[in-house]
Write a protein that binds this ligand. Structure first.
Ligand code: NI
Length: 169
């Protein structure tokens, strides 16, 4: 296992579309393991492959019931086939430095995906779990949570980011 570098906005790889996965081998399991380790190291509750510079349709999402036992699922080629309700909730992103904002998402979704062996998964997700999946699936399409904000808010963030990056030089 290895902790990977997480790319941050405005890195171009975050804007690219990830390609569907067709090979279910050891390398894919290794990628998922690395993504899980990278996510928990950050720490975060979800991670999409684009964020570590890999343009493949795979995301990992934390499903831990308690702090002691970390557990995550990997979703390959995930698709949100249904969505209902609309809730606003605070979001942040490991690829968006020092920023959180309220984003509207479906309250409940239906997810179709494959597991690491290529077996179909089909399930409903609600609330926080649904929010994380929507956020991560967005990443695979090159979309960031700041794209869901008003132009005004996004521009404010861009200005703030410039200052943050300048201070880090
Ligand atoms: Ni994110």
């Amino acid at each position: 296992m290895a902790i990977k570098k997480i790319f941050t906005y405005p890195e171009p790889v975050l804007r690219q579309e990830a390609r569907p996965i067709t090979v279910f081998d050891e390398a894919l399991k290794q990628l998922a393991a690395d993504m899980g380790e990278t996510m928990y190291d950050a720490p975060g509750v979800g991670l999409a492959a684009n964020q570590i510079g890999v343009l493949k349709q795979i995301v990992v999402v934390d499903i831990s019931k308690d702090e002691e036992k970390k557990e995550f699922i990997a979703l390959v080629n995930p698709l949100i086939s249904k969505g209902e309700g609309c809730v606003a909730g605070e979001e942040g992103c490991l690829s968006v430095l020092e920023y959180e904002a309220k984003v509207e998402r479906f309250q409940k979704i239906h997810v179709e995906a494959l597991d690491l062996d290529g077996k179909p998964l089909s399930f409903d997700a609600e609330d926080r779990f649904a929010r994380i999946i929507q956020h991560e699936v967005d990443h695979l399409r090159g979309t960031l949570f700041i794209d869901h904000l008003s132009t005004l808010k996004r521009n404010l963030y861009k200005r703030k980011l410039k200052k943050i990056l300048k201070a880090r030089q």
